[in-house]
Design a protein around this ligand. Structure first.
Ligand SMILES: [Zn+2]
Length: 166
């Protein structure tokens, strides 16, 4: 089973708006499987296609309630609100508080190209929203308040140059 290289902050693919998938065949199922393997290896709770270099609307999620593979996911309903610190496999060593709905209803296609609806609460709702954000090029740092955002981006760019002291 292949493992993909996870794309990191600064790579343009993470900012693209991903294309809708027009069909789910053996190619897409192989991508789903390898995305899941990559997610588990990295100990993430979810992964979106742009994070492995593909601008297609595919996500995998496992927030402790089993593996979910979805194509063309769309949030139909949001309810409640919670603010929790979140990380992202594409932004190592960065944690930011993100306000999200505490319950969502998501529609998409499963690996058999069947239309499915998934209701998520708590952590599952959060991870679904995080991964669906990735498909529009949205990252966790886009959610934080301006003041915090300035700090995050400063620390990110200094981390990238690796010359904080100098
Ligand atoms: Zn992420």
């Amino acid at each position: 089973m292949g493992i993909y290289r996870i794309r990191k902050y600064g790579e343009p693919i993470l900012r693209l708006k991903c294309r809708r998938v027009t069909g789910l065949g053996s190619r897409e199922n192989r991508i789903f499987s390898q995305m899941a393997a990559t997610m588990y290896k990295a100990q993430g709770l979810g992964l979106a296609a742009p994070q492995i270099g593909l601008d297609e609307q595919l996500i995998v999620v496992d927030a402790g309630e089993g593996l979910i593979k979805l194509a063309n996911p769309l949030i139909l309903l949001k309810d409640g609100e919670s603010v929790i610190e979140e990380g992202c496999l594409s932004l190592p060593n960065t944690m930011v508080k993100v306000k999200r709905a505490s319950r969502v209803m998501v529609e998409g296609w499963n690996e058999n190209e069947e239309r499915v609806k998934i209701e998520g609460q708590g952590l599952l709702a959060r991870v679904l929203q995080h991964e669906i954000d990735h498909l529009s090029g949205i990252l966790i740092i886009d959610h934080v308040l301006f003041r915090e955002k300035t700090v995050s981006e400063d620390s990110l760019s200094s981390g990238k140059r690796g010359e904080r002291n100098g």
